[in-house]
Design a binder for this molecule. Structure first.
Ligand SMILES: Cc1cc2nc3c(=O)[nH]c(=O)nc-3n(C[C@H](O)[C@H](O)[C@H](O)COP(=O)(O)OP(=O)(O)OC[C@H]3O[C@@H](n4cnc5c(N)ncnc54)[C@H](O)[C@@H]3O)c2cc1C
Length: 489
């Protein structure tokens, strides 16, 4: 009998009639076990901070890649491929032998029992932990109108970016057909692009759609003038880039307007449907804008796991679902559980990559101190390295401490910083090449778009695919046979 048969379940235990029983996701090795939830900035940087440490780390994530969200808009507008901004987490951490990467969506955390349950395509797995770092980030908020998502995809995931790419390039294709067949009355709707939210993502999206229509596409169509596309940026607040201050916000607005983007501030979205968007302006007037393509770049909602943690620890949630952590990023009453990044509410820290990166590294350091019996820091201290947003090629705004930059110098700084933080030399080189093609030339290397990209998500939602196709049927997997060489790390 093989070793696997000795330790694993018999055929009867795994057969069609077997009871749904989650398996354990790792083999006890005697070393302290750290579980990290999420492979974004918080999760990845905390995992890396355990390099050479005498612990076993399991990083569980609902995505198999580390997503560099700040460049999603470039995937949506055909500048970069998704692979460049989302390298495989497994590959990124391959050389760090004390880290095991597990694909799965965490559906439960038991703070008392110190376990995390994750599910992947119908198979549940339980992971024990001695210390836990929760870095599950945030999703899009439609401010109580989730139904808008069907017509106005957000900008949070690879799926969002690819769907938007399909919709943006697809709208120009439909306009070309309409113009060629004499349906000129349809052109206004087909060639109007509305971006909701005038924060960094909205500004970047609006700027890139404008560049696409005016610089990249004009020579490619025979029946439409792509440069006639109408691009509208809408926000309920009365400023563009409010977190950058009045001066830079005004500069960004002026630049966008010089590129032909219509900026509608003090304007609230009241409805979104397949054919357009309805808004209420500051003076109470209602207006309908016919627009096939809508992009939602407003509002975030922290991961649902915040609720799970709040119910068990008593920590409060704010309106965006972020959990009010202790000053040292732990949960009240649970000094071994850290929450980092977009999920936290602490000292008005913004939802930016550096908060997640520094928080993740801080949590890892604290855990290692505790394990060695050394004193831990009482507070997480965030070092603000500044913020940046691009508007178009050669134009950006940047704010660093008391310094403010705009125009080419800010754009150059933006390029350098983003290139530095993209994970992996392969991605850095590829990104550099794609930028050269797009910014020095006029073309874009990643215009591939399919109908499936546009319609698959809604079709999947409607079919209830996840519930219907439990690939593992919730059955226990054979336990992994301990491998002394591998487990020695
Ligand atoms: C379009 C866009 C542009 C941005 N631009 C900038 C910018 O220019 N500069 C800047 O500083 N910040 C920017 N940000 C914000 C920045 O990306 C976030 O603050 C940062 O990603 C937060 O890191 P995080 O680790 O908390 O979450 P994330 O990076 O979102 O990672 C969350 C991880 O958790 C995983 N996950 C979620 N739920 C579960 C679950 N239930 N089980 C298992 N895994 C789960 C996800 O798959 C993901 O891997 C931008 C964000 C967006 C969306």
């Amino acid at each position: 009998m093989s070793e696997l048969n000795e330790t694993g379940p018999t055929l009867d235990e795994t057969g069609p009639g077997a009871a749904a029983k989650p398996a354990h996701g790792h083999v006890p090795t005697g070393r302290p076990r750290v579980v990290i939830i999420g492979s974004g900035f918080g999760g990845l940087f905390s995992a890396r901070a355990f390099e050479h440490a005498d612990v076993d780390v399991t990083l569980i994530s609902s995505t198999t890649y580390h997503l560099f969200q700040p460049l999603l808009y470039q995937v949506a507008t055909g500048i970069l491929s998704e692979g460049l901004i989302a390298p495989s987490t497994r590959e990124v951490l391959a050389k760090q032998k004390n880290v095991e990467v597990a694909y799965g969506k965490v559906v439960d955390i038991d703070l008392q029992g110190q376990t995390v349950t994750a599910t992947a395509l119908g198979t549940d797995t339980i992971y024990d932990y001695d210390s836990l770092i929760v870095a599950a980030g945030s999703g899009q908020s439609y401010f109580g109108h989730p139904e808008f998502a069907v017509y106005a995809p957000g900008m949070k995931s690879i799926d969002d970016a690819l769907e938007l790419r399909g919709r943006i390039f697809g709208a120009f294709e439909l306009a070309e057909i309409a113009a060629a067949s004499g349906r000129h009355q349809d052109l206004e709707r087909l060639m109007t692009f509305v971006v909701v939210g005038a924060g960094a993502t909205g500004v970047e999206m609006a700027g890139q759609i404008a560049e696409l229509s005016k610089r990249t596409l004009p020579h490619d169509f025979r029946n439409i003038a792509s440069e006639d596309a109408r691009i509208i940026l809408i926000d309920a607040a009365n400023a563009v880039l409010p977190s950058f201050g009045d001066h830079l916000g005004a500069k960004a607005r002026k630049k966008l307007e010089s590129m032909g983007v219509e900026v509608l501030l003090d304007t609230k979205v009241t409805n979104v449907d397949a054919e357009g968007i309805e808004v209420e302006t500051g003076d109470g007037a209602h207006q309908r804008i016919p627009a096939l393509t809508k992009v939602w770049a407003a509002g975030v909602q922290a991961s649902e796991l915040g609720k799970t943690l709040s119910e068990q620890s008593g920590a409060e949630l704010d309106r965006a679902g972020r959990i009010k952590v202790q000053p040292d990023l732990t949960l009240p009453g649970y000094p071994n559980v850290y929450v980092v990044g977009d999920m936290i509410s602490l000292d008005n820290l913004p939802g930016v990559a550096q908060v997640a990166i520094q928080g993740g590294k801080f949590a890892a350091k604290q855990i290692l101190h505790r394990l060695k019996g050394q004193p831990t820091d009482e507070r997480f201290k965030y070092f603000d390295k500044g913020s940046m947003a691009t508007i178009s090629r050669f134009s950006a705004v940047a704010s660093m401490g008391k310094l403010r930059f705009s125009g080419f110098i800010a754009w150059f700084m933006w390029l350098a910083v983003h290139l530095f933080y993209i994970i992996g030399f392969k991605s850095q080189l590829g990104t550099f090449f794609h930028w050269a093609v797009s910014f020095l030339g006029r073309t874009r290397g990643e215009r591939t778009a399919t109908e499936q990209q546009i319609f698959a998500r809604n079709a999947l939602d409607e079919s209830g695919f996840e519930a219907k196709v439990p690939l593992g049927s919730g059955r226990a997997l054979p336990e992994r046979t301990p491998d002394p060489k591998r487990d020695a790390g």
